[in-house]
Ligand binder design. Structure first.
Ligand code: ADP
Length: 428
């Protein structure tokens, strides 16, 4: 096949030749050449017209000669490629939709004004959405007091637990994932079974701990009676009874700790009142000052006058654990500072000591249940490893955060950061 430009040049040459020949025959070169130019132009216009008709209406690819053959073919190839690409995209989109539709978690695509753009089947059964809800704002359809606030807040790392609007008995965990410009994905997972298992576990721990309490109290009572025996028991037995007493005491602490944790986890609301944290810290220090086995110096720095809205019993248990730990781990010649101060509009309760400190690798795990650091001196302090887990739970129930900084050989600092929304000015 000739190249398009060469065949086009032959066309032009041929027409020029015909024009010249006709001009020579008729004696009028100008009209003859003019006629040839018109024929040339007419041919191009006819090709353009055919191309337009084909582009508009489809049908068979128009036949052309010269340069038009190449143009028609290139446009045809481009169209065919686009068609195949479109088909592939549609197939992919369809596959993606079927996959998301089959997901067990409810998935809702939200537009810039939180209107529903698309949702999968699970969103129908878990969130009670229907086809007619498309385009409506999700906040108007999912009616739960904290849902609207959660949607408005941009805390994408947190989740919201709420009952399913389709069935109150089911529990959902809602997560918002931002993507693209102003678009968000709402994902709701059915956690009913998970919550049920958690409740079974915590009920089991609570029941076992409760059942262990009575036999432990009886054992402890008998051991105390034996210890007070007159005349005293021979030293050989006395040592054994003291060890038994220590271990029952340890078990009792463990049982009490587990019971406190299950109470906190069950979320049963202890009353929220104005708590004078300064006075509370002073009272705890005084109690510990009297009974502390070590004689580390205890200093109170109460710089803030404000208090907190919260549960006094829970806060007492958290601060007692922190101060108790400081006393337990700081040697007699050490120093412990208990502080209460303002910071960034919120309040901070702090317990710092210059005791043995904790190696960095343990810090992230300290608040796990039963996590204990084996002391360098090999002496066990009888802790169950539940104290800091209780502190963390209490603080999270007060929207607060526990920060721990420590360096081995220098000491440790445990700070409880309470947000401004918990601060109350105390009436005097
Ligand atoms: P425990 O009942 O063992 O004290 P906690 O949960 O209260 O349990 O503490 C966990 C671990 O953190 C402890 O085993 C201890 O090693 C370490 N720890 C806590 N407070 C201090 C402190 N003030 N100084 C040094 N180590 C501490």
């Amino acid at each position: 096949m000739l190249s398009p430009w060469r065949s086009e040049s032959y066309w032009l040459l041929w027409l020029t030749f015909v024009g010249l020949f006709a001009g020579k025959l008729t004696g009028g070169y100008l009209p003859a050449i003019g006629l040839c130019v018109l024929i040339y132009l007419g041919r191009h216009l006819a090709q353009i017209n055919r191309l337009l008709l084909w582009l508009r209406g489809g049908g068979k690819i128009p036949q052309g000669s010269g340069i038009w053959e190449e143009i028609n073919y290139l446009i045809y190839r481009l169209r065919r490629r686009n068609k195949t690409r479109k088909k592939r995209l549609l197939r992919m989109l369809e596959r993606f939709r079927t996959a998301t539709a089959a997901l067990p978690d409810a998935t809702v695509v939200l537009g810039p004004r939180d209107e529903i753009d698309w949702f999968n089947e699970a969103a129908g059964s878990l969130l009670g959405l229907r086809k007619s809800d498309l385009g409506q704002q999700v906040g108007n359809l999912v009616r739960y007091p904290r849902f609207a606030d959660f949607l408005r807040s941009s805390e994408y790392h947190s989740t919201l637990n709420m009952p399913s609007p389709a069935n109150e008995k089911n529990q959902l965990e809602i997560r918002i994932v931002p993507y693209g410009d102003d678009l968000r994905l709402l994902i709701a997972q059915d956690v009913t079974q998970l919550r049920f298992m958690e409740r079974v576990r915590s009920d089991f721990v609570a029941n076992v701990s409760h059942e262990l309490r009575t036999p432990l109290t009886v054992l402890k009572g008998y051991l105390e009676t034996l210890g007070d025996e007159h005349p005293p028991l021979p030293e050989r037995y006395g040592k054994i009874f003291r060890r038994m007493e220590e271990q029952t005491e340890r078990m009792q602490n463990l049982v009490d700790g587990l019971l406190s944790l299950t109470r906190l986890e069950s979320g049963g609301g202890s009353p929220q009142r104005e708590v004078d944290v300064g006075a509370l810290l002073r009272a705890i220090c005084e109690e510990y000052g009297l009974i502390s086995p070590t004689h580390a110096e205890l200093e109170l720095r109460l710089e803030a006058a404000a208090g907190l809205m919260g549960s006094e019993a829970e806060l007492r248990s958290a601060f007692s654990n922190l101060i108790g730990n400081a006393l337990k781990y700081t040697p007699a010649e050490g120093r412990i500072t208990v502080g209460w101060r303002e910071q960034d509009g919120g309040l901070v309760a702090e317990v710092a000591d210059n005791g043995p400190g904790i190696a960095e690798e343990h810090l992230p795990r300290l608040t796990e249940r039963f996590y204990r650091v084996e002391p360098d001196d090999g002496r066990r302090r009888g802790g169950a490893g539940l104290g800091l887990a209780i502190v963390k739970h209490v603080l999270s129930r007060h929207d607060a955060e526990l920060k721990i900084s420590s360096s081995p050989g220098k000491g440790s600092r445990f700070s409880c950061h309470f947000p401004a929304k918990r601060v109350v000015q105390l009436r005097v």
